[in-house]
Design a protein around this ligand. Structure first.
Ligand SMILES: [Zn+2]
Length: 208
């Protein structure tokens, strides 16, 4: 698991064009030949519409999933990685190492810092399960790699655009899973609104 592009510290302080150049050099020089790449991204629009998407370079395939508005963008990014792994499980039965790219540093750090005995949210558990499945059943290595966002990298751009389009125009299936942290936030928000309304009513009646 690499949440940094190795050997390039503070890459985000460099101009976009240099970032792109360094990332491309890194891929050709450091990763070797026997690997395949999938780019992932999540999107949440201002109005709340949310989607996850991945783009597989091997199959030249982009897949977007519209999610419930209740998902945070962090969940969406994690779900995108999960969907990429599900695709790998079914269609990448080969000996290549799969590298899954994400620009979500905090998710990658969260996964890297997981310890035995931790009880992470369900999407993270699914992710761990899929990595183990690929390792044990397909003898594949799965690596996660952070890349800076919006540097004009073809595969990442495709995932980014697809996530945005799916959020805006996609249709959600009836099945919806919501993680504990996101659900908690919504309940909290609703409770805050109810409290606010109650306080407003109280102040109103006091004012009379
Ligand atoms: Zn593929």
């Amino acid at each position: 698991m690499n949440e940094k592009i190795p050997t390039i510290p503070n890459i985000q302080s460099l101009p976009k064009i240099t970032q792109k150049q360094l990332v491309t050099e890194f891929m050709t020089e450091k990763l070797g030949d026997n690997y395949e790449t999938i780019y992932t991204d999540g999107s949440k629009l201002q109005e709340g519409e949310t989607a996850a998407a991945f783009y597989c370079m091997e199959h030249k395939l982009g897949v977007g999933s519209k999610l419930s508005n209740a998902h945070s963008v962090l969940s969406a990014e994690l779900i995108a990685m999960n969907e990429a792994l599900n695709h790998v499980k079914h269609y990448h039965n080969n000996d290549k190492t799969t590298i899954i790219f994400s620009d979500s540093k905090s998710n990658l750090q969260k996964i890297t810092n997981l310890k035995i005995g931790d009880n992470p949210d369900f999407v993270t558990q699914q992710l761990i399960h899929s990595i183990q499945f690929c390792r044990q059943n397909l003898y594949k290595t799965i690596k996660f790699q952070w890349i800076p966002g919006h540097i004009d990298l073809k595969g990442h751009d495709a995932a980014d655009r697809l996530a945005g389009l799916t959020a805006r125009h996609g249709r959600q299936t009836t099945r919806s899973e919501l993680d504990h942290p996101d659900a908690k936030q919504i309940i909290q928000k609703r409770a805050d609104n109810l409290n606010k309304a109650a306080i407003e009513r109280m102040t109103e009646s006091h004012g009379k």
